[in-house]
Design a protein around this ligand. Structure first.
Ligand code: SAM
Length: 485
């Protein structure tokens, strides 16, 4: 039997089934131990230092115990701490991105995904480089600066060379004042050599959802194709890091397996990356299974309510305080609103999940033929940006960290240093100003400029505040763009 070892490079040892089961048993036994719960909540709280804050995070056992507890007062406390952590390390900024679907050709058999090989009624489509350009122009015209590219797994139709070519094309398009400054990549698990090539192509985060940490279920949910190999999939982040990518994004597709098992597995994965590579995941995504062509989410027995979903999100925030957290347009405006208060730091906006879903369509039209899943939040990017601001969040289009080489542990140290208000905050305000000047509706622009003026006052350093104010004036009065600290 495999023995639990967070430092091991073997999937069955760092995501150890026996350790997860034992954790869940232990959490059930101790879930009403008031003293232990108090101790865990105290441990999770951010502590002020001379400069910035520090936070200890939680182990997978501690996180599982909080998840097992049903006391509403404890839940309220978890929510309060989650918001404190979010504000301490990420401030009131919310980073914005959009997915770009390159190809839905896929050789895998994932039973929850409409792109599975056996789905014969979904049209298969792969963007040509001309089409990639058109999509990028459309995304730039909306105001996007960050993309997450998505593709099925198909070595013939979407080999790594195709993905690399698309990345090159995306970075090469400069339409009006627009450009895409960070391309995150969500493609199937691959080799160290291919991760190295992705790194060389200048990608931001490499994102790969585990879907489920439960091996037996995983094998059933991925019955055919290369993705069937649980170990290869689970060990992908180690290969990515070996290939030089130090920002990796984890995620579970909630609804497939029992959520308590998934939370323990997810936190163990983060602990493993920290133990082996000295840096945890850059982001964690929390997608839930959605209706799609050939897919009925109710066929999966483990769907979770909005309440449990919020609780999981908040507990992840407590467990891995320095990791960015992403919520997509799979969720409704109402769910997104709630989660934004519980630790989410990135949202997608104006998203299309079909191949070629942006160019040539107005905001009210959306092609469904090649769509990966139903988008619940169908508002335009302008509406999302205004909504964020009206709720006190600063929409940020910033990509400075990765472009200044602040990735991996260098990003984490910035996060911990308390310099966020002198660095990320002005960067967010400058990129928001670019958005307001170049793309926003008059209504959004009015709300935005009021916010920029108020938020500039919060920059502690006189020098930084002065420079940021000058750059903002420059953006308003010229075509100069892309200032950053
Ligand atoms: N093909 C790549 C892979 O296998 O990892 C990644 C790209 S796929 C377009 C991105 C993610 O969409 C998957 O990892 C999965 O979690 C999610 N997804 C698939 N089907 C879904 C559905 N019906 N509802 C919600 N999310 C889904």
């Amino acid at each position: 039997m495999a023995i639990y070892d967070p430092k091991s490079l073997k999937a069955e040892e760092f995501i150890n089934d026996e350790e997860i089961r034992d954790t869940l048993r232990w959490a059930e036994e101790h879930k009403n131990d008031q003293a232990l719960i108090r101790e865990i909540l105290e441990k999770a709280r951010p502590v002020r230092k001379e400069k910035g804050y520090t936070c200890k995070g939680l182990t997978h056992r501690e996180a599982s115990l909080l998840l097992a507890n049903d006391d509403p007062a404890v839940l309220e406390e978890i929510y309060r701490i989650a918001e404190e952590i979010k504000l301490a390390f990420y401030g009131n900024r919310i980073v914005i991105f959009a997915p770009l679907y390159l190809s839905n050709y896929c050789v895998n058999g994932c039973v929850y995904c409409p792109y599975h090989l056996k789905n014969k009624h979904i049209p298969r489509k792969k963007l040509t480089q001309e089409e990639v350009k058109a999509e990028v122009v459309a995304l730039q015209d909306m105001g996007h600066k960050r993309l997450a590219i998505e593709a099925g797994e198909d070595p013939k139709n979407n080999p790594i060379e195709y993905i690399l070519e698309c990345i090159k094309t995306i970075y090469s398009v400069h339409h009006k004042n627009g450009d895409i400054r960070r391309v995150n990549v969500n493609i199937a698990a691959t080799t160290v050599e291919n991760y190295r090539r992705l790194k060389e192509a200048g990608i931001g985060t490499y994102i790969l959802f585990q879907e489920t940490y439960h091996k037996e279920s995983y094998l059933k949910l991925h019955p055919t194709g290369p993705k069937h190999d649980y170990d290869y999939h689970t060990e992908a982040m180690d290969r990515a890091m070996e290939g030089g990518i130090d920002d990796v994004g984890l995620g579970v597709l909630f609804g497939l397996e029992l959520y308590k098992y998934e939370l323990a597995g997810l936190i163990m994965h983060a602990e493993h990356l920290e133990a082996v590579h000295g840096v945890g995941p850059h982001t964690i995504s929390v997608p839930r299974v959605k209706k799609a062509d050939d897919i009925d989410p109710t066929q999966f027995d483990n769907g979770i309510s909005d309440e449990i979903f919020a609780k999981i999100t908040a507990i992840i925030r407590l467990a891995v305080p320095y990791t960015g957290m992403i919520i997509s347009t799979r969720e409704t405006e109402a769910v997104r609103s709630k989660l934004l208060r519980l630790g989410i730091s990135q949202v997608s906006g104006g998203s299309r999940t079909s191949v070629g879903g942006y160019a040539g369509y107005s905001n009210d039209e959306r092609p469904h033929d090649t769509e990966q899943f139903d988008v619940s939040d169908q508002r335009s990017l302008d509406e999302v940006v205004r909504w964020l601001m009206e709720n006190g969040h600063i929409p940020s289009f910033c990509t400075a960290c990765y472009r200044e080489g602040r990735t991996g542990d260098r990003f984490m140290s910035l996060c911990k240093s308390g310099q966020i208000l002198n660095c990320c905050h002005p960067n967010a305000l400058m990129t928001l100003t670019e958005y307001l000047e170049d793309y926003a509706s008059p209504e959004t622009k009015a709300v935005g400029y009021r916010m920029v003026e108020e938020e500039l006052k919060k920059i502690p350093s006189d020098k930084v505040r002065r420079i940021a104010t000058e750059h903002i004036e420059d953006i308003k009065n010229s075509n100069r763009r892309d200032f950053r600290f």
